[in-house]
Ligand binder design. Sequence first.
Ligand SMILES: CC(C)(COP(=O)(O)OP(=O)(O)OC[C@H]1O[C@@H](n2cnc3c(N)ncnc32)[C@H](O)[C@@H]1OP(=O)(O)O)[C@@H](O)C(=O)NCCC(=O)NCCS
Length: 389
Amino acid sequence: MLLPLQDVKIIEMGNFGPSTYGVFMLGDLGAEVVRIKPPPHPSRPKPGSEEYDEDGTAIPPGGVMWHRNKREISLNLRMPEAQQVFYQLARESDVVVEANRPGVLDRLGVGYERVSQINSRIIYCSVTGYGQDGPYKMSPGHDACWTGVAGALYLTGVSLGNLGNRRQRPEVAQRLVTHHAASHYTAMAILAALLARDKTGRGQHVDVSNCDSLVGIPYDPPDKFLAGRSPAWHLYKTKDELYMAVGARDERTWSNLCMALGKEGRAAQLHDESQWEQIAMELQSIFSQRTQRQWWQFFQDKDTVVAPVLSLDKVPNDPQVRQRQMLLDLDLPDGGKTQHYGIVTKLLDTPGQVRSLPPTESQHTNEILKHLSYSEAGIQELRTIGAVR
Ligand SMILES: CC(C)(COP(=O)(O)OP(=O)(O)OC[C@H]1O[C@@H](n2cnc3c(N)ncnc32)[C@H](O)[C@@H]1OP(=O)(O)O)[C@@H](O)C(=O)NCCC(=O)NCCS
């Protein structure tokens, strides 16, 4: 079956960040990915390097799931022999994706300038905290910092349950927000650069910054609806102590909600802030009369915007999630099963595919070196000197 990106060859030199997740999305769509595993750093552990059980078995689902559809080789790029292996891989690849601080890979002889001399069609995507330039470019970073610098942390920490209770201070997000934003930009930038290459015949250096990927988000003026102050954009507790989310912020769906709940008199007060607190209390008292399941059934034919708030453990068995194949039960080589997230980008004619499970550590070192025409003795020599594992 044709896969949308099946002829695209990617070298990934990332960690657990957005570079890895961005490449994961491209791998699901058919890109052939070789992941380069660095050796342990001589003086500092790499964050997110606990990818394997002690016996070398990858740990899905979590972060390691992101390595499905990838092959893995270890290369100690401090050694010229490993750099030669890299150059051979780069010669036949379309894309390099890396997530080191600016300049790190230049020092290892595999930076953009060097690699583009070897392959002028290479798309070399650097995914860093703050970008390739600017005063922060060398700062190490993680999600809490990028969301902070981008101003996005002032959008979290809102107490949705208390109307009128404006947040006083920022809060860290409980999800790795930047990972998701930047990984999508990474995937999109690579696809755009591939299309550009079709026109120019040249590759290019692509500079993705985690911080940039969030900077656009807080620009909108503070939105009273989104802050949960409006009764039309609000969470209501149900009889069984669960919640329903209401997002009826336009006139029609708000009016339909009011009609359905017997509050016709409130239908014209969507924007009347002086009434918001009172309306929310009235709706809360109605929502406490039925269970979450009963409300979900009740609203099915009311053409308004209401949905249950699911706890994370309920999501895998939600009928919509199942129907959309967003949780996959995959076979393990030992006969067991493992669960992975499904493929979000559903191309209905040429869909993506999970073709292989995450590799065990350096699983494909031999296979890849043989493909590059190394003999058994040559591979053994590379292992002996520590260029590969
Ligand atoms: C994540 C981060 C903070 C980690 O900091 P760090 O461990 O100091 O990593 P750096 O990128 O500065 O350096 C990586 C080191 O690994 C070495 N390395 C990387 N790949 C290697 C390989 N295949 N072989 C040998 N050495 C390798 C580099 O030489 C470098 O060592 P050096 O500084 O002694 O030359 C930093 O890499 C970073 O900001 N990355 C961009 C943003 C990011 O991805 N953040 C993480 C999101 S979870």
